[in-house]
Design a protein around this ligand. Sequence first.
Ligand code: NG6
Ligand code: CA
Length: 505
Amino acid sequence: MKKLLLAFGLAFAMGAAQGQSDKPNVVLIYVDDLGYGDLSCYGATKISTPHLDRLAAQGIRFTNGHSSSATCTPSRYALMTGQYPWRQSGTGILPGDAALIIPTDRTTLPKVFKHAGYKTGIVGKWHLGIGDAVEKAWNGELKPGPNETGFDYSFIFPATADRVPTVFVRNHKVVALDPADPIAVSYKEKIGNEPTGLENPELLKLKATPNHGHNNTIVNGIGRIGYMTGGKLARWTDEEMPMTFLQEAKDFIKASSKAPFFLFYALTEPHVPRMPSTIFKGKSGLGLRGDAILQLDWAVGEIMNQLEASGVDKNTIVIFSSDNGPVLDDGYLDGAVTQLNGHTPWGPLRGGKYSALEAGTRVPFIVSWPGKIKPAVSDALVCQIDLIASFSKLLNQPVPANDAKDSEDVISALMGQSEKGRSLLVQQGITQLTVVKDGWKYIGPHKGPANTNPKLTNIETGNSMQPQLYHLTVDLGEKNNLAARHPEKVKELAALLESIKAQGK
Ligand code: NG6
Ligand code: CA
């Protein structure tokens, strides 16, 4: 690996001598709620994802790649900061009016690139809060946000597709806002007199699952979480929102092809509400969730085409992953359950989104760099939290001692030079932390239901009053609890988890 890094270093230096940059561009494609078993390159047989299959075939397909957490906000927090999100309070799923949760003086992944001379941009879902407080200037300058945490350019939506405000924000401004129709947002009470899913269900084109929310302000025929008024012209329609993001991402690549660039392209698919463009509706035969997966796969192909058209495909590292595992019914009656047709979004794993079991955080994870990375399948344990330390190493950008403390340099695994990633990882389900060490996973005794809401998400949480110990290397599906057989291992891992937790204090 040293040799490889030296070679990269030399190439950078030579590029500089010729007055041009040889630093590789990096495009991080991050999707929302895609499961380990959702892509054909990860074994899906009921759906075909040719563009991601191509990306995987030309790069490294990781079988043990993780998000830090089984939900969105904490995973994104970890990816940005290299710190386990559970070390900081307030990093759970954020409402759409939340304040920014990343301190602006913290080293972040985009800042590592920026300091190395890269142009940095984010396009897509943000979900890390904006501004200093809940009350904020929706109609004025929205900051601090992505631009204050390391991105030169941002084109985002604030939270999730099912949370208001359903608008785009470019840098500090809501896009296409009519000053005569100002936006107001509340997560406390109904504001204004627009119809809500609760009061006017007859106006819905996508029905919410009964008794589970998603019944506040109706936007584009879909009930959302939270209330908003105003900003009519600025509101997206779900069918065109991903196309807008795609176009923005392509434009960023086009405009940046002369400088090294880092693009964080954070798609909304297949998160709820699943409402893909007309060309994808009905195409998968698996309901709107499957259609949304076809749409995201197509978008990845479009990005690859753009890299080629801009002449930077050979000099661009593409990383693809998901912020957490899969969920079927996450609040809308969209056919994900009724038209599943034998598809297994979680693949051979147990659990899903929200879960402490493997499908919560073990997600598709692909790294490609044509000509530089040899195509392979890697079983190395890697986590999105490691990108910051890994790229700091690759770009020779030291991270200040107090930042990104939980991030490990796994660049040699990401570049396919080593089969060894981390030996140890703490995974975060919605109710508890688990620890994996050298292929053994420990889940501590924990009160609480064994499944999330049976009438909605219905996912195994991993909660049990008994300690659980799984030997993942031979039991990927977490079927055999070996805790009673290996009490010494249970003791060791329980103590290890406590000591890692204590490190941050
Ligand atoms: C939950 C929502 C779910 C989804 C999730 C966030 C309900 C019943 N469920 O609270 O629909 O929005 O939050 O998903 O409201 S995440 O991928 O951004 O973490
Ligand atoms: Ca998510």
